[in-house]
Design a protein around this ligand. Structure first.
Ligand code: RIB
Length: 314
């Protein structure tokens, strides 16, 4: 029997407060929206849920507050069978919250109050050493303090576990940290910030991707929404086309991509195959509202990979 791939995620957990609007408000503008919804989110937690539903056995290292949002997040992780032993309950800080506007075309704008996420510390990483060392792949993003990301990269290197670093939200990061990732997965904005290359086309993405490869990152995947993914290694560079879907909400598409990618790589799939699996997962997620509620199950991903067709939403 095939062993279930083990994924450890270190990152943020938020509650997303979402308002659907016809179009995103401009600075200083008020727009009226529809009904408010409250769902589980946070880049780290979204990636953990995506990886669990894609077929991984997942441990999440995170921090939530001792409040109802934190309790709801933990209940969600239990439902997705995510190991939560290293999710600390912070007595001094509230759980993270994201305020999200989603426009009719699926685009969003997000502002985050980090709360307990800002207190996830290198000490939390030390306590999670066993979970990290047991993993086949580790997933990291940047919605937690940089020194914690650095500590997680160090722990991963000590345990010889490869890391997918998703440099989101866009923030500057020292090359010494970037090159510790086995796979770097920026979107266009993030790749632009890290390289200074303005990305308007596939050839811009290729220039930015090569700049990241030149820093010493072995695999660079630049996610470009409907334009697909620029896939680069020292030996091979190409554009992987996107699945064509009608987007209703792009929130967490990148997170779902990363969670599914970790599972596929841990299963030993070749890089382009793993990217296609991750693209299929992300494509399904944009056809559904919300962050964690949009993450598809493995059977749905496999079906889209094989047939190009999405099952109707549950
Ligand atoms: O990537 C989407 C996520 O970003 C949302 O779930 C929100 O919580 C913010 O962290």
């Amino acid at each position: 029997m095939k062993r279930i791939p083990r994924i450890a995620v270190v990152g943020s957990s938020n509650t997303d407060i979402i308002l659907r609007v016809r179009r995103l408000p401009r600075p200083g503008e008020t727009v009226l929206g529809g009904a408010l919804s409250i769902v589980a989110g946070g880049k780290g937690a979204n990636q953990a849920v995506a990886a669990a539903r894609a077929g991984g056995q997942v441990a999440l290292v995170a921090r939530v507050g001792c409040d109802s949002f934190g309790r709801a997040a933990l209940a969600g992780f239990r439902r997705d069978r995510i190991e939560a032993r290293r999710i600390a309950r912070d007595r001094a800080q509230p759980s993270g919250v994201a305020l999200i506007c989603v426009a009719a075309d699926g685009q969003n704008s997000i502002a985050v109050a980090p709360g307990a996420n800002a207190c996830l510390s290198p000490a939390d990483i030390r306590r999670a050493r066993a979970q990290l060392a047991r993993a086949d792949w580790i997933l990291l993003q940047l919605e937690i303090p940089t020194e914690t990301v650095a500590a997680a990269l160090e722990a991963a290197a000590a345990a010889r576990v490869p890391v997918i670093l998703n440099p989101a939200p866009a923030s500057p990061l020292a090359p010494v940290l970037l090159r510790q990732a086995a796979v770097l997965t920026p979107n266009e904005t993030e790749a632009e910030l890290l390289t200074g290359v303005r990305i308007r086309s596939e050839s811009d993405a290729s220039r930015a991707g090569r700049a990241l490869l030149d820093l010493g990152v072995p695999v660079v995947l630049i996610t470009m929404g409907t334009r697909g993914v620029w896939v680069g290694t020292r030996q091979m560079q190409q554009q992987a086309p996107a699945f064509r879907v009608r987007p209703v909400d792009t929130t967490a598409a990148g997170d779902v991509f990363n969670g599914a990618l970790a599972v596929a790589l841990a299963e030993g799939r070749p890089l382009l195959d793993a990217v296609r699996f991750a693209q299929a997962a992300a494509a399904i997620s944009v056809t559904r509202p919300g962050a964690q509620p949009s993450a598809p199950r493995r059977r749905e991903i496999v079906r889209l990979e094989r047939t190009g067709q999405i099952q109707p939403a549950r």
